[in-house]
Each structure stands twice: as structure tokens, then as C-alpha cells.
Design a protein. Structure first.
Length: 163
């Protein structure tokens, strides 16, 4: 009887799509993860950006994480990722950064001579509540647009006006 109740209870949460289930828990653990290349170099463009995107999704599948939003800027990466309770947030960041650094430096040898290490040691990770998930997704998706708008402003427009 108790197993039947547990199954019905878990199925109700899974059907909701806001929650995931593992052997002993129902959970919704989502994180906003941001990290930068060493010295904040603007190298994440074109073929490097495309390859990084593929590698991140590949690693997420391998560690059973789900990427809800991903935006790769020339000098940083924004990711909205969901994981289960057995994976620490610091471990998530280490897995994504370590795997992609190793793979990209193997595939693009010029990175080894250009940067001492691909990623800076620091990163930002914040937990996301259910109410703010849409806000974070919107923020990440708008990152590229705001960067393009800023790059279209001429430098002279940013200088203070003199009389």
C-alpha cells in the first residue's frame, strides 16, 4: 500500500514537469552558472563557440544534468542548468569547465600557447527558485542582444559632452 501511494505521489510531481525524481527524492534544483576565459579574453566566437556549445550539452547528458538555457558570449558563458541532489554545485562547475577546457585545448592547439589555462579559476553559481526561473531564462537569452546593442554604439557617444 505504501509503495503504491509513493508511486502515485511521485508520478503527480513528474507529470508537473517542474520536478524530477530519483530513487529517494522529488526535487527541483536549478542553477545559474557563469564563468569566463582566463584574462576575460574574447575568444568564444565562431567555431570555438559552436564546439563549446556541443561539448556542454554532451557533458550535461553524461552527468545527467539538464541545460535549460545557454548563451555563449565572446568573453563569458551563461548557463541555466538543473541537476539532482547528489551533485554539488561546485562539482557541476568543475565538470563543465574541466571537460570543455581539456577538449577544446586538444582540438584547438593555438589555445595552449595563447592562454596558460582556458578558464579562469573563478565562477558564479546561484540557485534558482521556481518563481525566478523564467526571469533567469529571459536574462540569459537577452545577453547576446544587449552585447550587440552596445557594440553598435560608437565610442564617441559614450564620452561625456564638453561645452
Amino acid at each position: 500500500m505504501l509503495d503504491r501511494y509513493r508511486t502515485l505521489w511521485c508520478n503527480a510531481y513528474v507529470a508537473d514537469n517542474r520536478y524530477r525524481v530519483n530513487a529517494g527524492s522529488v526535487f527541483s534544483l536549478k542553477y545559474h552558472l557563469v564563468w569566463c576565459p582566463k584574462f576575460r579574453k574574447r575568444i568564444l566566437i565562431d567555431v570555438l563557440e559552436r564546439r563549446l556549445r556541443k561539448l556542454l550539452y554532451q557533458k550535461a547528458k553524461e552527468i545527467k544534468a539538464k541545460i535549460h538555457a545557454l548563451e555563449i558570449m565572446p568573453d563569458h558563458v551563461h548557463m541555466f542548468v538543473e541537476s539532482d541532489p547528489t551533485t554539488a554545485p561546485a562539482h557541476l562547475a568543475a565538470q563543465f569547465k574541466g571537460f570543455t577546457s581539456h577538449q577544446l585545448r586538444e582540438e584547438f592547439p593555438w589555445l595552449k600557447s595563447y592562454l596558460p589555462s582556458l578558464w579562469s579559476r573563478s565562477y558564479y553559481i546561484g540557485s534558482i527558485g521556481a518563481a525566478s526561473a523564467a526571469t533567469v531564462k529571459r536574462y540569459i537569452s537577452e545577453q547576446k542582444d544587449s552585447c550587440v546593442r552596445l557594440s553598435n554604439i560608437e565610442y564617441s557617444q559614450l564620452l561625456p559632452k564638453t561645452n
